[in-house]
Structures are given as structure tokens and as C-alpha cells.
Design a protein around this ligand. Structure first.
Ligand SMILES: [Zn+2]
Length: 148
């Protein structure tokens, strides 16, 4: 991990709510880790959707200036607008990212941003092993109500 990635991870680990996770390797080995999660209320979800839609429309507006390609780019960005807005609106909880150590090789493993649907899956960049990320069952971990 280079210095920029380390600084980005340190900044990320100050955001949201920290939750302990267990990283499980393909042969059942375990390692500990932490993810930062964020919950979006209705207002935040609408704002995220509006921002995604505005970005698509801005990309379409900029694409108007590109000769020939604008025949394809403008309709694509306009059609992508509701899709991007829906994708931004849908998640109520996100894993912003996190870190742990690979249960297989012990290397630092950076957990990527994803919608919060445990168990998550990630791949160790050092040994290319698929890692399952589960919420740790400890007293330090906040108890979350299950969705009906
Ligand atoms: Zn590994």
C-alpha cells in the first residue's frame, strides 16, 4: 500500500460508524477487520439520487460539444440518468470501506465500498483468494435490527 492509499484509508476510517468484521478465507481461516458504515435517511437518499441525475445531465450537456460522438453520447447519458438516480437512491446503508488482514496470507486487505449486505465478498490483492466478510459477533459491535 502506497502513502496516498494509506492516507485515503486513514481518512475513510474517521467517517461513518465503525463495525468489527470477521474475514473468512476459503478454508475457513479467520482474521479480524473493521469496516465503516453509513446509513442514509430518506432525505439523504433523495439528495444522492438528484446528484447522480445532475451528473448524468451535465455529462450529456458537455457531450453536445463533441462532434459526431454527441449522436451516441447524449442519448446514452440521458438514458443513464434514471438508472444512475435509482442506483444512488436504492441503498439505505453503505459500507464506505475498511481494512483487515487476509485470513489466507496475512497481507493488508482493503475492503472496498459496497452496499451493506453481509456477508460481503472481496479478493485479496496479494494472494488472489476470495474472502468473505461477515459481521463479527462481539459485544463491541452495535446490535442492528433485522429487516423484515
Ligand atoms: Zn491474501
Amino acid at each position: 500500500m502506497d502513502d496516498a492509499a494509506r492516507a485515503r484509508l486513514a481518512r475513510l476510517m474517521t467517517r461513518g460508524v465503525g463495525r468489527q468484521v470477521t474475514l473468512v478465507g476459503p478454508d475457513g481461516e479467520h482474521a479480524a477487520g473493521e469496516v465503516r458504515t453509513e446509513r442514509y435517511d430518506a432525505r439523504a437518499r433523495v439528495l444522492r439520487a438528484v446528484r447522480a441525475a445532475v451528473l448524468c445531465l451535465a455529462a450529456a450537456a458537455v457531450s453536445v460539444l463533441i462532434p459526431v460522438a454527441h449522436f451516441v453520447l447524449v442519448p446514452c447519458f440521458v438514458l443513464a440518468c434514471p438508472v444512475a438516480a435509482w442506483k444512488a437512491y436504492r441503498p439505505t446503508r453503505m459500507v464506505l470501506g475498511g481494512h483487515g488482514s487476509c485470513p489466507s496470507c496475512g497481507a493488508d486487505l482493503v475492503i472496498q465500498r459496497a452496499e451493506e449486505r453481509f456477508p460481503l465478498r472481496d479478493v485479496c490483492t496479494a494472494c488472489r483468494v476470495s474472502v468473505t466478510i461477515e459481521l463479527a459477533r462481539t459485544r463491541a459491535s452495535p446490535v442492528e435490527p433485522k429487516h423484515a
